[in-house]
Design a binder for this molecule. Structure first.
Ligand code: TA6
Length: 293
């Protein structure tokens, strides 16, 4: 999908317009440094393309922009939990309609701020008051920061992830470094496994790396670039690719879709809701990822 040719339904500034993809409103940024797009449904970055480069973010050609289904690809916001420890999987933030708070020029490019507030719908799933804000800075790097605040009278616990789908030329020709020495293998009933320095992918993978380095690098031989991922506020980095059988089983991913992405996630992992991070009333927490090539 070429986002640049979609007609604007609202013009917010020289750089920022609102466009529509089916029933979803998208904030489109066109800037000298990079173009980007952020869906209000899910608070979901769906494109970040530095000028002269391939997109750094992968989106499924079969993603459903129906305003109900979580978008396949991009940077899903998994919150207030990560994984299938409660329903819906990966929390409700990626299935919720976020508000556009502001957009402004920064030294580095453009900042777009979205927010999600507690509502009747969120209360029915998770009975707490909260404010979640997503700051997306589009420049020579992509900075994504999810800031959550407890505005309830009671403490609450959470986990989460910025579940980035990196866009690759060919996953089998990619090399990943910086994941650290140890991971929990979600495909082997949570076995703790020692990993190597360089990871080459040849099959389905679903791992929680518990001691990642400050910089994770994915070298892409086909696009001739190295993607850098620097996370903050995380306790682990998840690597995921469903491979051929997994892609075929998904209704919103083309069968060969798995060949051109790798999820490298900034994750605050917890095996259960009860073991999540505690936020006291008034406290806030930030989970970040910075992506560049
Ligand atoms: O982050 C990895 C993971 O939790 C996998 O277990 C895998 O199922 C993936 O996320 C995608 O989840 P989704 O709910 O978007 O299909």
């Amino acid at each position: 999908m070429n986002l640049n040719t979609l007609p604007a339904v609202a013009v917010l500034s020289d750089n920022v317009t609102i466009v529509e993809i089916d029933s979803v409103k998208v904030v489109r940024v066109i800037h000298d440094k990079a173009n980007a797009a952020i869906s209000l449904f899910g608070g979901h970055v769906i494109s970040y393309q530095p000028q002269g480069q391939e997109d750094l973010i992968w989106m499924s050609q079969q993603a459903k922009f129906d305003g109900k289904t979580a978008l396949r690809g991009g940077i899903p916001i998994c919150w207030p939990w990560f994984g299938r420890i409660a329903a819906p999987a990966h929390g409700f933030a990626r299935n919720s309609e976020w508000e556009l708070v502001e957009h402004r020029e920064s030294e580095n490019g453009v900042i777009v701020e979205l927010a999600l507030f507690a509502s009747e719908e969120t209360h029915a799933i998770w009975p707490f008051m909260f404010e979640a804000r997503l700051f997306v800075e589009i420049g020579e790097e992509l900075n994504v920061s999810l800031k959550v605040q407890n505005i309830d009278d009671a403490e609450w616990k959470f986990s989460g992830a910025l579940h980035t789908y990196l866009n690759l030329g060919d996953i089998e020709q990619a090399k990943t470094t910086g994941m650290g020495p140890e991971y929990i293998d979600s495909l082997a009933e949570g076995a703790i496994v020692q990993g190597g320095d360089v990871l080459k992918l040849t099959d389905t993978i679903d791992r929680v790396y518990t001691k990642p380095e400050a910089n994770i690098q994915v070298n892409d031989a086909v696009f001739g670039r190295t993607i850098n991922v620097a996370n903050a506020g995380h306790n682990s980095a998840v690597l995921w690719n469903p491979w051929a059988a997994g892609a075929q089983a998904m209704g919103d991913m083309q069968d060969d879709g798995y060949k051109t992405f790798l999820c490298v996630e900034s994750t605050l992992h917890a095996p259960s809701i009860e073991s999540g991070k505690t936020l006291q009333p008034g406290e806030s927490y930030e989970l970040k990822t910075t992506i560049s090539a």
